[in-house]
Design a protein around this ligand. Structure first.
Ligand SMILES: C[S@@+](CC[C@H](N)C(=O)[O-])C[C@H]1O[C@@H](n2cnc3c(N)ncnc32)[C@H](O)[C@@H]1O
Length: 217
């Protein structure tokens, strides 16, 4: 049985949303374009970490179908159950990415789509530095977040009470660069989730590489 007192706020929100989250965000062209950016650059059989893997769609499903070895990590047991069922060719683990032991230099790419927003700014920066160390030299990181200058902002997201923390676009880019990543391309869009309560939200997609020897593309 889940101990409600110990469950993280993110797990509570995303356990409640489950597949509704996937439906609300399924039409995101920017997310698909970001995955296409990665697919174009990853050699066959690449090892990819999907942080906050949600239902496994579209990220793990797309990359596993392309022949990559995907490990998804999510703090929500409900999301991990859905993802394991929907994407049997990927591996999923339930846990907080901030606590899960993973080997440094062992991933060719990392996806971090919309999984930072329920962490403090210091935790987001620490996580970016750690994820950079998990990448092999010249490894790629694709990140998406909602670039707003908010800390502990209380709102309602798809009917769930949430507290959101983020940086403005310049702050997100600065955090990524401070972690030791080079930003190769970025895409800023407005997106409206398919949900009765949804409002248009800004989204920032960054495509980055761990600083190494190769030239920016
Ligand atoms: C907004 S959803 C995005 C899901 C997926 N990345 C996508 O873009 O479709 C964020 C996901 O990150 C997970 N998450 C949030 N904080 C996490 C943490 N500290 N460790 C692991 N997963 C986390 C949530 O449970 C949720 O499934």
């Amino acid at each position: 049985m889940v101990d409600e007192n110990r469950r993280s706020p993110a797990a509570a929100v995303f356990d409640a949303l489950g597949s509704d989250y996937e439906k609300a965000f399924a039409s995101s062209e920017a997310h698909r374009a970001s995955l296409a950016w990665l697919r174009k650059r990853l050699p066959p059989g690449s090892r990819v970490l999907d942080v906050g893997s949600g239902t496994g769609r579209p990220t793990a499903a797309t990359l596993a179908a392309a022949g990559h070895r995907v490990l998804g990590v999510d703090v929500s047991p409900v999301m991990v159950e859905i993802a394991s069922r929907q994407v049997p060719d990927a591996e999923f683990r339930c846990g907080d990415i901030r606590e899960l032991p993973l080997e440094e230099g062992s991933f060719d790419a990392i996806c971090l789509y919309f999984a930072l927003l329920q962490m403090s700014r210091a935790e987001q920066s620490d996580l970016l530095r750690r994820l950079t160390r998990l990448l092999r030299p010249d490894g790629l990181l694709a990140l998406a977040t909602v670039p707003l200058d908010v800390e502990g902002f209380h709102g309602v997201f798809m009917g769930q009470d949430v507290r959101i923390t983020s940086f403005d676009a310049q702050g997100v880019t600065g955090m990524v660069r401070d972690a030791g990543l080079t930003v190769l391309s970025e895409n800023s869009v407005m997106f409206t989730p398919t949900h009765p309560d949804a409002r248009p939200e800004p989204q920032l997609f960054l495509h980055c590489r761990r600083e190494g020897t190769a030239q920016a593309t």
